[in-house]
Ligand binder design. Sequence first.
Ligand code: HMG
Length: 384
Amino acid sequence: MKIGIDRVGFATTSLFLDLKDLAVARGVDPNKYLIGIGQSEQAVIPPTQDIVTLATQAAAKFPKAELAQVSTLIVATESGIDNSKASAVYVKHLLGLDDFVRTVELKEACYSATAGLQFAKGLIVLNPNERILVIGSDIARYGLETGGEVTQGGGAVAMMVTANPRVMVFGDTNVAMTKDIMDFWRPLYRTEALVDGKFSTQVYIDFFQACWQRYRQLTGRTLADFEGFLFHLPFTKMGRKALASELGDREDEVASRYWNILAASQIYSRRVGNLYTGSLYLGLLSALNNGQLEAGNQLGLFSYGSGAEGEFYTGTLVAGFENFIDHPDKFLDQRRQVSVAEYEQLFNQQLGMKSEDITFDVSNDPAEFVLAGQTDHKRVYQRK
Ligand code: HMG
């Protein structure tokens, strides 16, 4: 049975920061951010957006008739809003899904949306009529004036997983790997991540190499069998570092194909920043929209979550995939640019761990789904 991704939707906020402005404010050469890190813009998160509103926005792009058939909803996130109740329950309500649906939240840093896709595959093997909505939704927060600040971002990618999918069919062989490593983590009492930045980039590359080499051993396949690889993109330079670890200074036709696919996959991440769970899949969306990809092309996907877990797997594109994916360029072009001062103010206004009753002014947020505040320790969501 063919199982895979049947639709892809993406949402981020309506605000962005130009990283040249951030570089000037932080006394850094702008080329460090633009070239050294590989980021140009960053999504700015107003207090009226959180992982629930972003996840809902991404999935609400799917036809209502298809949402009505969802049997399981998985929200993958490391920006949870509650230690008990799954964000998926709120998303289910806001999307108006049927009550006879299974909902759950998954966590393992940036990796867990990939786990969600694999669990969805298993459910479909058991029952081919299952229609599973997997959403990776996160807000990447490191803190003002930290080394990680330039790699913040936020947004959600929603994927419908079905039998006979219309975007990408999953391959048969996956290699997943886990080791207890402290490269990036966020204790329960913190709203910002702690990170051993340079170490984390090395662990990422080591995991990519270990998973890919094992995949090669298991399948006998080589780089020549794929059109290109897609990577988790915490910042776009990370994908370049990972690919360079494999290609070195190779300059043949295969290498140039891989660099072209990587460049196409980086376009949206460069403008939005790290989506954590959604980043690999924003890269997939970017490559599908901007790469010269065709039906039958095979892609390798490397998912990485700090802590640490990696997985390498593959997919084959389906004819007509372009009709079932989001095209976010116009939305990204129409976002409002904010100053560094406004970004810092909005950063501090996010609800985070505040426990008091609070009301947010939702009139400035053009999004359909908004967080209007908190009453009696309960988040209040609105559909505008
Ligand atoms: P830093 O200290 O700013 O790095 O931290 P740097 O000083 O080494 O500079 C970065 C690059 O800019 C270097 O290039 C410099 O040479 C270059 P590289 O050696 O890396 O190729 N550079 C310049 N280039 C052009 N013109 C200039 C210039 N100046 C310097 N003038 C770091 C960077 C990414 C470590 C930091 O931002 C950080 O800690 N970010 C967060 C951690 C992270 O994203 N890690 C990625 C791997 S872990 C992962 O992906 C998981 C994650 O998504 C979380 C999860 O799983 O939940 C993070």
